[in-house]
Design a protein around this ligand. Sequence first.
Ligand code: SF4
Length: 195
Amino acid sequence: MNTPLLQEYIERLSRLIQTESRSNGLPHNLQPIQLNALHFLTRANRYSNTPQGVTEYFGFTKGTVSQTLTTLENKGFIKKSPDKIDGRKVHLKVTRRGDTLLKKTMPSPTINDAGKELTKTQQNQLIDHLKQLLVEIQKKNGMRPFGVCKTCNHFQTKGKEKFFCGLTQESLNKIDSEKLCREYQHTNFESNTNS
Ligand code: SF4
């Protein structure tokens, strides 16, 4: 494999996205890291929309996560709500103000526009290959995979838009099925997923 070339493309893409994210966050005085955390929280399910979920997803230190979440909360982009069962745990919910900001900035308009120049098959292949690479890196680093719920090994369909998690033994709805989960378990590699 031509690893230097692959790395170069990934780094250049990352830099372009970071630059765009920096300029999107500027009017709100938000750093890319804060915008990315906000984006994660809007996609995270109820087992993952916590400070621990943010820490695990990004691999940030607890201090960085704490500062990031405090900034987002102080600016009114997220709000904390206590867990109904475990009072020590808090869930981080994206507010309407946060949603409005994300709609304008995520997904990246640059990637969106450039991606439209690829055929549907090329788009799906690109997503599959990048996902495969990410999965292998996560396996080697012992990181949680955080996949989309409906492609998880524990996901069960119980009826029309009625689903069930075999791990937590809780019911899931259509919205839950599209979210990212820290407890996600890979099945065999799936095609055309959108994690
Ligand atoms: S089915 Fe998998 S991804 Fe979905 S909630 Fe359960 S453990 Fe998480």
